[in-house]
Ligand binder design. Structure first.
Ligand code: ASP
Length: 615
């Protein structure tokens, strides 16, 4: 195997020295030569990043994934024909040069480059492949539009940032695989063509040619297979699994994505959480050189919603939510009082030092934000004055003692802004959570490189689907209730909490899992609660129900969003930056033009006809 030499900080760059027979055309990479190599004969291959003609000698920056080396094609080493060829070689062509490593001239050393002390004086120059004029070059400082980058992804992937992101991805996945191998996990592949798995999204369907009119569903996750593997006695399963969900896309979602999926037998939630704690610490140390204190903090879903309005709270900053409904109920201010009387909530956050940072116009913008994005009716706000009284256009509607009660509840100090929503529980949660995130970014309340990891546990088993009014599983229907809530399952399912846990990194869900139901009776009961009659349950999940009747161990697992992990660990904000060939927000691949039309013959074979349906 090639010898892997690491240099600098972890993840900075990886240098390979490839001994024969791996090094067929070249003797070194473009990132490898140093002062100690001066005088050595070398052969390099790479892409022409740029070139400069200096009085008869052509200077080329030769690039490969390992770095950049300056090559000089000039007299006396190179022939006139070679110099002419180098002078005309288009950018991004692939060339081979053979020559000798030399010291750079006085004053020409480039300390920003690992190879900046040397250059290679070329004795042989050969073009291996000529490039057309590229629509953009990997070395250009201004990034072209994303559509162009995705269309010419092979050019985009030549950029250092993209290569670093994919190298980081590879390191993270390796770290995960090593960790689970050390913990006796067995890597098992599960099918891509299967039955629908209910993870709450729309399925991608694949028509079957041999069973006309029947369809496979691409897996939304390997959920059912991994549970079956536990029944089969595998005990510890892991897989880097591709999952497919046909959902509306956001900056951090893709229609196909990668999960680190695992399942274990004879465990409880603490075991899984502890195992993943170890993985988080290992990955942070190995990939970023960061120490993470374990155990990672945990809070229940109820606490997360109460204090942060979100089931994936960003704990890099405070801005905790405070409930002032009891005070609101006493005030004369119609909006507050009416809300409290209607059984709704007045909740707010204290934004330290924001009074001088936010003008009236900017506060109006925040008001429109909570109205438009979260359906809030408005935003009530107060400024804490130097004498600690509260000033606001609405302050006259309050008795001074009520204002003081509000200030004390929020710990308001001079210069703070106190912001409130008066609404339903859901709207106050969503609106205040949105406000927290926005204000934290605008006020720079966290360090750019920070990595904050925590757990949210004890999610409700079910939520109400607003349209149908029916119960739907909050995680998926195989999730076990907390033992103490099992008696509620039949009559008050909304009171049932699940043995569920989500890993949260910097306010994003980075993984989620549950302890599963391992009793076919309880499983049937949950299907029934979800409005699935016995026949449907048998048709869709009969194999699981059957398996649960053949000796199923207690089991549970989790899936980690690999793309999201890489994005968060790399400090990036767009998931497409960590995926080699991602899809756009419209789920298309700009490079291959997928999805595309298919031949009439293919449709005929599948016995399918397309019709346009007006929506
Ligand atoms: N299958 C679940 C998901 O994809 C993860 C799990 O419950 O293990 O979210």
């Amino acid at each position: 195997m090639p010898e892997l030499l690491r240099c600098g900080n972890p993840g900075d760059c990886i240098r390979f020295h490839l001994p024969p027979p791996f090094q067929v055309l070249r003797s070194h990479t473009c990132g490898e030569l140093r002062k100690s190599d001066v005088g050595s004969p070398v052969t390099l291959c790479g892409w022409v990043e740029n070139k400069r003609d200096h009085g008869g000698a052509v200077f080329i920056d030769l690039r490969d994934r390992y770095g950049l080396t300056q090559v000089v094609v000039g007299p006396p080493e190179a022939s006139d024909a070679m110099i002419d060829s180098a002078g005309h070689v288009p950018a991004e062509s692939v060339v081979l040069i053979r020559g000798v490593v030399a010291d750079r001239l006085e004053g020409k050393v480039n300390s920003k480059l690992d190879t900046g002390e040397i250059e290679v004086r070329s004795e042989h120059f050969e073009i291996l492949s000529v490039s057309q004029t590229p629509p953009f070059t990997p070395g250009q400082s201004d990034l072209p539009g994303e559509d162009l980058r995705l269309k010419y992804r092979y050019l985009d992937l030549r950029r250092k940032e993209m290569q670093q992101a994919l190298i980081r991805r590879s390191e993270i996945i390796k770290c995960m695989r090593d960790y689970f191998a050390e913990h006796d996990f067995i890597d098992v592949e599960t099918p891509i063509l299967g039955r629908s798995t209910p993870e709450g999204a729309r399925d991608y369907l694949v028509p079957s040619r041999v069973h006309p009119g029947n369809f496979y569903a691409l897996p939304q996750s390997p959920q059912l297979y991994k549970q079956i593997l536990m029944v089969a006695g595998f005990d510890r399963y892991v897989q880097v699994a591709k999952c497919f969900r046909d959902e509306d896309l956001r900056a951090d979602r893709q229609p196909e994505f990668t999960q680190l999926d695992l399942e274990m037998s004879f465990v409880d939630a603490d075991d899984i959480i502890g195992l993943i704690d170890g993985l988080v610490a290992r990955t942070a140390k190995q990939v970023l050189g960061k120490d993470i204190t374990l155990p990672l903090p945990r809070m229940t879903y109820e606490e997360a919603m109460r204090r942060f309005g979100s089931d994936a709270p960003d704990l890099r900053f405070g801005l905790e939510i405070v409930d002032v409904t009891p005070v609101a109920a006493k005030t004369e201010f119609r909006v507050f009082r009416g809300t409290a009387d209607a059984g709704n909530f007045v909740r707010g956050i204290r934004v330290p030092g924001a009074a001088t940072q936010y003008s009236r116009r900017q506060i109006d913008e925040l008001t429109s934000y909570v109205q438009q994005d979260f359906g809030a009716k408005g935003l009530a706000w107060f400024r804490v004055e130097d004498d600690k009284t509260l000033w606001s256009p609405i302050a006259k509607n309050f008795e001074p003692e009520h204002l003081e009660e509000i200030r004390v509840l929020l710990d308001g100090e001079p210069g703070d802004l106190l912001m409130f929503l008066a609404d339903t529980w859901e709207v106050t949660c969503k609106g205040l959570s949105g406000l927290r995130k926005r204000l934290a970014v605008e006020m720079k309340l966290f360090q750019p490189g920070e990595l904050n990891c925590s757990w949210v546990t004890e999610f409700p088993m079910f939520e109400k689907d607003e349209e149908s009014g029916r119960h739907v599983a909050m995680h998926h229907p195989f999730t076990a209730p907390l033992a103490e809530d099992l008696p509620n399952l039949k009559d008050s399912p909304e009171k049932c909490r699940a043995q569920a846990y989500d890993l949260v990194i910097n306010g994003s869900e980075a993984g989620g899992g549950t302890i599963r139901i391992h009793d076919s009776e309880v499983q049937s009961q949950v299907f029934e609660l979800l409005g699935m009659d016995e026949e449907t349950a048998q048709d869709r999940f009969g194999f699981l129900l059957d398996a649960l009747r053949f000796g199923a161990p207690p089991h549970g697992g989790i899936a980690l969003g690999v793309d999201r992990w890489v994005m968060l660990f790399a400090g990036l904000e767009n998931i497409r930056e960590v995926i080699a060939f991602p899809k756009t927000q419209k789920a298309s691949d700009m490079m291959t033009q997928a999805p595309g039309e298919v031949d009439a013959d293919q449709l005929n074979e599948l016995q399918l006809r397309t019709v346009s349906v007006k929506t």
